[in-house]
Design a protein around this ligand. Structure first.
Ligand code: T4K
Length: 374
């Protein structure tokens, strides 16, 4: 199967190619390729302005950014996270021997359900790591109230949420800090990349040291660190794509609306809702298949789409708790994760972005309707 005639979820978006190549040419002339170069600094400043935050620490990817942020916050013992997320959220904790304690989701939002957090708190709990799944903001107010009452720290994995808001406030401005992913498949991509953003000066200082081996100036290491740096070529891509944010949202929104129209009134198939009162990037076109109503179940539909070279995905099935090492370490976790088990068996993520035309969306919808004999 050739990638060129295959429709993939996660095909990268790209700003102005000429502008990108000029930036890279300038970078080559400068011979400054990494270590907090001018493009990284410009990228950080642009992201800070865009989000309205004080500090942006660009990093090599969101997984390392999550590790650095949780370590800088001194999270230890147990941290409450949703099971319904990409595995990196849980791995970033477990990698540091912090136990991710999986919390169920609210089926209406696919986000961590604050009503189920408190029962998971033990004397070992040090924090809550919320995830803004699909870029729809968590119930930050409820989460932060619990955290204050129970003396816990809160950070967010905002990997999906660049250019999105919650209650009119940009994602990136909640909790002690938030982490974005700029992976190739993300709304804003740097090929690979991520960032931690915060308004906390001390935390920012710590994370700047941590991402660069703990160096302060030449030959002076004052902290335990790692290599979490973003390179100049990644920042060049990020800056270029940041300039195209409006255009990419418009394309994603157009495709989302076309899917909405094309799948309207298909029994048992519903598209997730993005609140028009909020800012959304519409990066994920997510449908839920209710197998009690729909003539075919989720897996059958995905299988049919794959046969037709449409590589739809089952994110985030089957939930982190059913993947290693968690399913061995916490074999009974599923008992408290009914909604996660239910929803993750229903979700299909469909292709969108600049490489997907409206005609293609209509073709995919027709295909689904035809398969269901609607
Ligand atoms: N937290 C959350 C909530 C996340 O969703 C993620 C990442 C992270 C943390 C960690 O962020 P990073 O450390 O990656 O910055 C993909 C992405 O690799 C992953 O970054 C993303 N979440 C996740 C939701 O999706 P997979 O396992 O689906 O990767 P893969 O290779 O199977 O699928 C990527 C899709 O995109 C395929 O359809 C092919 C297509 N693709 C991919 C690349 C890289 C392209 O068409 N072109 C490309 O260049 O995880």
């Amino acid at each position: 199967m050739s990638i060129n005639n295959t429709l993939l979820v996660g095909r990268p978006n790209l700003g102005d190619r000429g502008v990108l190549l000029n930036r890279i040419n300038d970078m080559l002339d400068r011979r400054w390729f990494s270590n907090n170069g001018p493009l990284v600094q410009e990228f950080e400043k642009s992201i800070a302005d865009f989000l309205g935050v004080k500090h942006v620490m660009a990093m090599c990817n969101a997984t390392v950014a999550l590790e650095i942020a949780s370590r800088a916050l001194n999270l230890q013992g147990e941290v409450i996270v949703p099971s319904y997320t990409f595995i990196a959220t849980a791995h970033a904790l477990q990698w540091q021997e912090i136990t991710p304690v999986f919390c169920d989701m609210d089926p209406a939002t696919h986000n961590i359900d604050p009503a189920k957090i408190e029962r998971l708190i033990t004397p070992k709990t040090t924090g809550i790591l919320g995830v803004h799944v699909w870029g729809r903001g968590c119930d930050t107010e409820a989460i932060e109230k619990i955290a204050v009452r129970r003396h816990l720290k809160v950070m967010y994995d905002a990997s999906h949420g660049f250019a999105c808001s919650k209650g009119g406030r940009m994602l990136g401005t909640f909790g002690e800090c938030e982490v974005f992913s700029f992976h190739a498949t993300k709304f804003l991509n740097c090929f690979e990349g991520g960032a931690v953003v915060t308004n906390n000066d001390d935390l920012a200082e710590k994370m700047r040291l941590m991402r660069n081996f703990g160096f302060q100036g030449f030959d002076n290491v004052i902290y335990l660190g790692v290599n979490g740096k973003m390179s100049e070529v990644h920042a060049a891509m990020g800056l270029t794509n940041l300039e195209a944010v409006k255009e990419i949202i418009a394309v994603n929104r157009r495709n989302y609306e076309a899917y909405r129209a094309g799948l309207a009134e298909v029994p048992g198939i519903s598209l997730i809702y993005y609140d028009p009162a909020e800012k959304n990037n519409y990066q994920y076109v997510v449908v839920e298949v209710d197998h009690k109503v729909c003539p075919r179940n989720r897996d059958e539909i995905v299988e049919e789409l794959h046969k037709q070279n449409i590589i739809a995905r089952k994110y985030f099935w089957p939930g982190c708790h059913r993947m290693e090492p968690y399913r061995s370490l916490q074999p009974n976790a599923g008992l408290l994760l009914k909604e996660t088990e239910n929803i993750s068996a229903r979700v299909i993520v469909l292709p969108t972005g600049q490489t997907v035309e409206v005609e293609t969306v209509n073709f995919i919808c027709d295909l689904i309707r035809g398969f269901l004999k609607i």
